[in-house]
Design a protein around this ligand. Structure first.
Ligand code: SAM
Length: 356
């Protein structure tokens, strides 16, 4: 849990007179609109991926948030509605492992009527059980993380002795429930799973699903990140192209996180998320709501803004809308553009808490 969550009122104090939200399109100091909200519904996870929640830190003694501290579904749904009224078009449920949150389909049901694109990122471990109820509740899309198809490599990375096949079954269940295409996230770490890049491409070609390679990032401050461990997306594309020629595609929309490439032989497309080697801060339109109701304007943030106190203190929707707008208007984050070996050592908020 971060030690620096500043009260939302402080965000106001730092502003040239706290502006009321006037209904105009919201832009930050770099002219970026707010379009995408990531909602972390739990800080807990049943995996201990070495690059995200290393067991040495997130072990048996780690204190996760108590239930009373985390936002209820009603609170999340109310905030999400306010975000949508401010221009957010996409809501992503994440964590931690979102499907560990009890009754998650009920939250999906509450969010679906807002009309935003409603998506979920999961490790897939319980999708066999939940895929159909998520679909029935109104979830639009699913992204599943799967870092390797090789049993030993995958088990070493998830550090929870979890089998590849169970995740593949989960992806199958999601496809059967009608989620198509499914995005498959593969974080690539040099010397750990980069020998699996072409195998993964081969496996998911022609499946209709979209494999996305993510550069290993210096999120949080516990994963021992080093630039040497990053495989640049350009290298991923080169390695795959040698086996299966690729050509670049236009983004689907401005601010799309993944660069798109398609197989020249028509076997589908892949994505590459290059936040280390080709920062996309310039188009970043994402806000993050942590499990306990703090707002973060950057994945690499060192501090958030406490929205929960306002929420539980009886503030009306207008007051909350103004507070969110105030935070967005002063946003100037561009961490990935200014990353150095030194900034990588900063005490940043953990991804499991802020939402991946
Ligand atoms: N538990 C869910 C899952 O596994 O997808 C959602 C949360 S997880 C934090 C979201 C995504 O962030 C996953 O695809 C994960 O692989 C990715 N991720 C976590 N730590 C990362 C890091 N250091 N660099 C790049 N991606 C990371």
């Amino acid at each position: 849990m971060p030690d620096k969550v500043i009260p939302i009122h402080d965000a106001f104090r730092t502003l040239p007179p706290a502006p009321r939200y006037d209904g105009a399109a919201l832009a930050d100091t770099r002219g970026r609109p707010m379009r995408d909200l990531r909602i972390s519904v739990t800080d807990r996870c049943n995996f201990r991926c070495t690059y995200c929640m290393p067991r040495a830190v997130f072990g048996a003694d780690y204190k996760f948030l108590p239930h009373a501290a985390i936002l209820s579904f009603e609170e999340i749904a109310r905030l999400a509605g306010i975000f949508v009224s401010l221009g957010v078009q996409k809501l992503r449920l994440t964590g931690g492992e979102p499907l560990l949150r009890k009754d998650l389909p009920r939250l999906v049901e509450m969010l679906a009527p807002l009309g935003a694109d409603l998506t979920l990122t999961t490790n897939g471990s319980t999708l066999v059980k939940h895929a159909q109820s998520l679909k029935d509740a109104g979830l639009d899309r699913i992204t599943v993380s799967l870092d390797s198809l090789d049993e030993a490599t995958f088990r070493a990375m998830n550090d929870a002795d979890f089998a590849v096949e169970k995740v593949l079954d989960g992806i199958g269940a999601a496809a059967d429930a009608g989620f198509n295409p499914i995005k498959i996230n593969m974080v690539v770490k040099r010397g750990v799973n980069d020998h699996q890049i072409v195998d993964a491409a081969r496996h998911w070609r022609d499946s209709g699903h979209i494999l996305r390679f993510i550069e290993f990032m210096d999120v949080g401050s516990t994963n021992g990140w080093r630039m040497d461990d990053v495989i640049p997306s350009a290298e991923v594309v080169r390695r795959i192209s040698e086996a299966f020629p690729l050509e670049q595609l236009e983004p689907n929309y401005a601010g799309e996180v993944a660069g798109r490439w398609r197989y020249r032989d028509g076997a589908g497309e892949i994505g590459v998320v290059s936040s280390v080697t080709q920062a996309f801060c310039r188009d970043c339109n994402r806000m993050r709501l942590s499990t306990e109701g703090s707002l973060y304007t950057c994945l690499f943030a060192q501090q958030g803004h406490d929205l929960k106190t306002l929420l539980r203190g009886g503030a009306d929707d207008d007051a909350i809308r103004n507070a969110i707008a105030a935070v967005w208007r002063v946003r100037d984050d561009r961490y990935s553009e200014i990353r150095t070996a030194e900034t990588a050592k900063l005490r940043k908020v953990e991804m499991s808490y802020i939402g991946g």
